[in-house]
Write a new protein. Sequence first.
Length: 83
Amino acid sequence: MFSVEQRARRRAIPGPPSRAPVAFAFAFGYVFTIVPMRRQGMAWRQAARLALAADTASWPCCPIVDSPPRLGGEASAWDWLPA
């Protein structure tokens, strides 16, 4: 048997991320993009292609914009915008 401390330590070690939450995040992201386009009368194929292109292109940009490199001091994403 493990002691209480050993069990707590074993639980604290993170395992590999589950694939299900990542899959659901992608699926819901695409659905939330496609549904408004479908409501405006866009064809399924056209809406799916546009959502795939737009969401796939925008997701890698999020970490770059949300956490720019620190250039000595407290730089933030808002510092890069013109005044």
